[in-house]
Design a protein around this ligand. Structure first.
Ligand code: ADP
Length: 373
């Protein structure tokens, strides 16, 4: 059947109008380019965000006209621009960078740029982006609020703790065994609240990038020994055997922050104790390697169900098998541990089988050659 040229033109026109309407109705800024990165189309939201007129951008080379800058206010190299990466890889790229408006003002954007592929060859790209100034501001305010609230909670909490200790120790007169038991429960609860406040404060510090790291040379097993001392009571209450071994002959010293390292070990070991049945065993092993030190926390507890493995380091995650048996917990510990380790340039992973036990591994890099162990 012969195609009527008139209706073919009409059809092409209709498709063009549809694409135009679709492009203009995208709820975020959108810019389309040809295969050379020249701007072919720009929607009204993008013009509004960037402060340009359409005629000032059409036909211009995208990377030159829309300047991208990084956190340090340095112009992003062409090779590192998301649009270049999309062209080179043939895949969509999502990134957070800063753009400069027409008036020179810098603002943060979240963007996704996708190549338009024809027979696997990029014939152009479409970038969709949004101004995230407000989102970042809300995030900052949220962190500030949590930080302020946590600090404010600490003062009344320490009063509760101090007076409970004085009461239980008999400084205010005799207390019956039943009263002592209640006071110990109060003290235990204030300790948990204190830990929770520290976790929240640490998370806000990590998320806002304000955590301070005081590095010095230290031996990892020393930090582990201190944690064992602090957690030995919790372990003995559950009749859990808590042990530590140093393996291999290589140095176990690293240049790192002692408090942060202890916080990491403490989180992993207290989880191991918490999620292991009475009479179980928890072991910390420290092994010096050529480029790093490997720390392993092993328990023979309840394990983590396989289907939850990829969520273990997510904020607020708690596995189903533990939620049923152990009600205390926030799902913030491992999220914090991962964030802290990133700051110390370490890595973390685990192996776990439900009903058998869990092994958490983490490494800390050796920055300098040690003279001796
Ligand atoms: P929390 O212990 O406060 O719930 P975490 O972030 O420390 O939060 O741990 C998240 C979840 O991962 C826990 O709730 C638990 O389900 C699981 N988990 C962590 N460590 C272990 C472990 N050693 N054995 C079994 N499950 C664990």
């Amino acid at each position: 059947m012969a195609i009527d040229p008139q209706s073919a033109i009409l059809q092409a026109e209709e498709q063009r109008a549809q694409a135009e309407a679709l492009f203009n109705s995208i709820g975020e800024g959108a810019i389309a380019t040809d295969e050379f990165g020249r701007i072919t189309r720009i929607n009204p939201i993008a013009l509004d965000i960037l402060g340009y007129k359409e005629s000032e951008l059409i036909g211009e080379w995208f990377p030159k006209k829309i300047v991208a800058i990084n956190e340090d206010d340095v112009t992003v190299n062409l090779i590192d621009r998301p649009i270049t990466k999309a062209f080179l890889t043939g895949r969509s790229v999502t990134d957070k960078i800063f753009y400069r408006k027409h008036d020179g003002q810098r603002f943060p954007v979240m963007l996704t740029v996708s190549p338009i592929l024809l027979a696997d060859r990029p014939i152009g790209a479409i970038e969709v982006f949004r101004d995230i100034t407000l989102e970042e501001e809300i995030d900052r305010m949220k962190s500030e609020f949590i930080s302020l609230a946590s600090h404010q909670l600490r003062t009344p909490l320490s009063a509760i703790k101090t007076y409970s200790h004085m009461l239980v120790d008999g400084y205010m007169g005799d207390v019956t065994p039943a009263q002592k038991k209640s006071l110990r429960t109060i003290i235990g609860a204030t300790n948990r609240m204190n830990e929770l406040i520290s976790t929240l404060l640490n998370i806000t510090r990590i998320e806002s990038g304000t955590i301070v790291i005081n590095s010095r040379m230290l031996r990892v097993e020393r930090a582990a020994e201190e944690v064992i001392k602090e957690l030995s009571l919790a372990a003995s209450e559950k009749n859990i055997n808590l042990s530590m071994t140093v393996q291999g002959k290589l140095a176990t010293s690293v240049k790192t922050d002692n408090l942060i390292l202890k916080e990491i070990i403490s989180n992993l070991v207290s989880n191991a104790i918490k999620y292991t049945t009475e009479g179980g065993a928890v072991d910390i092993s420290v092994r010096g390697r050529v480029k790093d030190v490997l720390i392993t926390v092993t328990d023979n507890g309840w394990g983590i169900p396989k289907e939850s493995h990829d969520q273990v380091f997510s904020k607020f995650f708690r596995a189903q098998n533990t939620v049923k048996r152990e009600t205390t917990g926030t799902g913030l510990g491992l999220y914090l541990v991962k964030g802290l380790l990133e700051r110390l340039r370490g890595t973390i992973w685990f192996e776990s089988e439900e009903g058998k036990g869990t092994k958490f591994f983490f490494t800390l890099p050796k920055e300098q050659r040690q003279r001796s162990n």
